[in-house]
Design a protein around this ligand. Structure first.
Ligand code: NAP
Ligand code: GDD
Length: 324
């Protein structure tokens, strides 16, 4: 039975990935912060009970090398999926030091622990389309020069170089997925998609009367988290480690997302959505749009979920949760 260790298992992607790996017969280990063990109902809400019962949790924090070293040593993984990060781009501007510490130094801690305790394992690093930032071309692929515009993007780009350096210098089997935005009913509420679907549901139920957003014309290439965790797994099944862009190849505006989400509850978003200048990003990226040809050709990966169905799934899930 293959053994996998997932950092960030309590997050959106960690929850879908753990379900995928359990379905494939893996022994799944997860790194969580102490607060999750102390308050599982609140902190581990994304992990279904039946998954949680089969997962071995280890207490670890990216900011602590000894804790990560202990997680790797105790779990002896064949595959490591490093998903934990400060992942909200706007916070990364206010929390520069902790973002760099968690996303870059934390990745360094983990790589060093792997070099010592699991040098034969395969390692996945959660890179991001934010590494492209103010890209000079669209769509972006593995050859597109990186030009990050946020501290988050800088931390992920530095992490990407470190991961590649451990591959070249120490022979570790490390791969990076450069993933474009992916969403689901398990998305955090601060991200724009979940903010929109939860407010569409609240407004429908009379629990709120308006929604404030920033730039409605910002464009993103939105896929479904369930599809994207499959790409992570596929990367680690390859004989040689490599880096891949994972995206749908279709970009949409925040406005289009609002239109679909509010239409699902029979409302016209124009009557409820207001813009607030303070929610605009000072340094917005070039419209992020990914070209996942390499992932398609080498891994046989393609996005399966349809955008409209994903929006409906998210709105319906929020409606159901709020109606309880
Ligand atoms: P998420 O829902 O925000 O999950 C982040 C995870 O990181 C949580 O489990 C969180 O644990 C954990 N974490 C944060 N700081 C930590 C620390 N100091 N020590 C240990 N764990 C820590 O993110 P996601 O959407 O699943 O994304 C997974 C990864 O992919 C992230 O690295 C993200 O940057 C990257 N990514 C995401 C997307 C996307 O569109 N979703 C696109 C490209 C790349 P707590 O529950 O304790 O906070
Ligand atoms: N969060 C948020 N809130 N975003 C808004 C709002 C708002 O009220 N109004 C407009 N937006 C715009 C942002 O300016 C951005 O252009 C877009 O919506 C998407 O924002 P987020 O959902 O916060 O995601 P992100 O693209 O910044 O970052 C996500 O995707 C990255 C991959 O490109 C995160 O998951 C990152 O962790 C990930 O790496």
């Amino acid at each position: 039975m293959p053994r996998a260790l997932i950092t960030g298992i309590s997050g959106q992607d960690g929850s879908y990935l753990s379900e995928l790996l359990l379905d494939k017969g893996y022994e799944v280990h997860g790194v969580v912060r102490r607060s999750a063990i102390e308050n599982p109902h609140h902190e581990l809400w994304r992990l279904p009970r039946e998954s949680l019962d089969q997962i071995t949790l280890h207490v670890g924090d990216l900011e602590s090398y000894p804790s990560l070293q202990s997680c790797v040593r105790k779990s002896q993984p064949d595959e490591i999926y490093h998903l934990a990060a400060c992942s909200f781009v706007s916070y990364s501007m206010e929390e520069e030091f902790s973002t760099l510490n968690v996303n870059l130094t934390g990745t360094h801690h983990l790589l060093s622990a792997i070099k010592q305790w699991a040098p034969e394992s395969r390692f996945y690093f959660a890179g991001s389309s934010e590494m492209f930032g103010n890209a000079i071309q669209s769509p972006q692929n593995e050859q597109t020069p990186f030009n990050p515009r946020s501290v988050y993007g800088i931390s992920k780009l530095a992490g990407f170089h470190l991961v590649r350096n451990f591959r070249e210098r120490h022979g570790l089997k490390t791969s990076t997925g450069i993933l474009f935005n992916h969403e689901s009913p398990r998305r955090g509420f601060q991200f724009v998609t979940r903010k929109i679907t939860s407010y569409a549901a609240r407004i429908k139920l009379g629990l709120a009367d308006s929604l404030e957003l920033g730039n409605l014309d910002a464009e993103r290439d939105w896929g479904h988290s369930r599809d994207y965790v499959k790409a992570m797994w596929m990367m680690l099944q390859e004989s040689e480690p490599d880096d891949y862009v994972v995206a749908t190849g279709v970009s949409r505006t925040v406005r289009m997302f609002c239109e679909k989400a509010f239409a699902r509850v029979g409302l016209d978003y124009r009557e409820f959505v207001k813009t607030n200048d303070s929610l605009f990003r000072v340094a917005e990226t070039t419209p992020l749009l990914g070209d996942a040809t390499k992932a398609k050709e080498n891994l046989g990966w393609e996005a399966e979920s349809c955008f409209d169905e994903m929006v409906v799934e998210m709105v319906d899930s929020d409606l159901a949760a709020l109606s309880k």
